[in-house]
Design a protein around this ligand. Structure first.
Ligand SMILES: Nc1ncnc2c1ncn2[C@@H]1O[C@H](COP(=O)(O)OP(=O)(O)OP(=O)(O)O)[C@@H](O)[C@H]1O
Ligand SMILES: [Mg+2]
Length: 283
């Protein structure tokens, strides 16, 4: 382990030697709730005692910081320029969770891809050693930068809403991802759902098409109801799970975090995960 940093690392008492799980949050379509889910999932995984880093990989248009009401002085762009180390740009969101800001309004970052940045990948690898989870919020679309991240993640969460455009984009994302990594662990979260039936229909249409045309089974991770408190939380720049912890959307995200946490604990005894950043570098 190379770093002397990390308030988080210092707090850690017993560290196992396996690599952290990397959850990439994506969806294809813009505005479906990826960033809100990624931020709140990270915080809830932290609440469960995990050390988490949230990487805002919507480079150039990053906004996870805004959703959390923090104003990072530095971002990944400074790391790219060699002005700062990764550790120096991270900002704490809670005692267990830290954010790696992606930088906003930076044109040079718009086409940025981590895959040809060995120095940054090395820093990511070092950081990963201190983490239970790295959650990656991706940009909308299926650019090379996005699909590279998805292909290396240990699990990919597709956020979709009950709109035909979102469903088609989710399917397209799954298709592209499977081409790069057949057998990827993909699960679906239906956001903005009005009722469970609504969410079931959305999941069924994605699941059926994926099974029939791509010969792949996707998992169902959960439903987040349409909830006006999410919009309120965004306006207040406080993540909804902190803004209104007992509102339906917060409870739903907490449930999903618990499921992921339980699944990770069950699998930990049988599975050895390879470093996300090693897989990523080799892509
Ligand atoms: N469950 C929900 N209930 C109500 N509104 C929601 C919900 N989830 C998201 N929203 C609304 O959708 C908006 C967009 O959410 P978010 O920024 O997380 O989407 P995104 O997929 O990350 O967008 P982009 O593709 O631009 O990165 C939020 O500002 C919020 O107002
Ligand atoms: Mg976003």
């Amino acid at each position: 382990m190379a770093s002397a940093r990390k308030p988080l690392a210092v707090q850690r008492t017993a560290r196992n030697s396996r690599a952290s799980r990397c959850i990439a949050v994506t969806g294809g379509k813009g505005g479906v709730g990826k960033s809100n889910f990624a931020v709140n999932l990270s915080l809830e995984l932290g609440q469960l005692g995990n050390q988490v880093a949230l990487l805002d990989a919507d480079f150039g248009l990053a906004n996870a910081d805004l959703l959390c009401g923090v104003t990072p002085k530095y971002h990944l762009g400074h790391v790219v320029e060699g002005l700062k180390t990764l550790e120096e740009v991270t900002v704490p969101l809670s005692p267990e969770v830290e954010l790696i800001p992606g930088g906003s309004g930076i044109e040079e970052l718009a086409n940025f891809s981590l895959s040809n940045r060995p120095q940054i990948l090395e820093q990511m690898r070092e950081m990963e050693e201190d983490l239970d989870y790295m959650v990656i919020d991706t940009a909308a679309g299926i650019s090379d930068a996005v699909s590279g991240v998805l292909a290396a993640a240990s699990e990919v969460v597709i956020v979709v809403t009950p709109e035909p455009t979102a469903i088609i984009d989710a399917y397209a994302t799954i298709k592209v991802m499977l081409r790069r990594r057949p057998g990827a662990d993909i699960s679906v979260v239906v956001n903005n759902a009005v009722g469970v039936g609504d969410a079931e229909n959305v999941f069924q249409s994605i699941s059926t098409a994926t099974r029939e045309f791509l010969d792949h089974a996707v998992g169902f991770l959960g439903v987040i109801p349409a909830d006006p408190n999410v919009t309120e939380a965004v306006r207040s720049q406080v993540p909804v799970t902190q803004h209104t912890p007992e509102t339906p959307a917060s409870r739903a995200i907490r449930l999903i975090a618990k499921d992921l946490h339980r699944k990770a604990r069950n699998e930990a005894t049988t599975e050895t995960l390879n470093s996300f950043w090693e897989r990523f570098g080799g892509n």
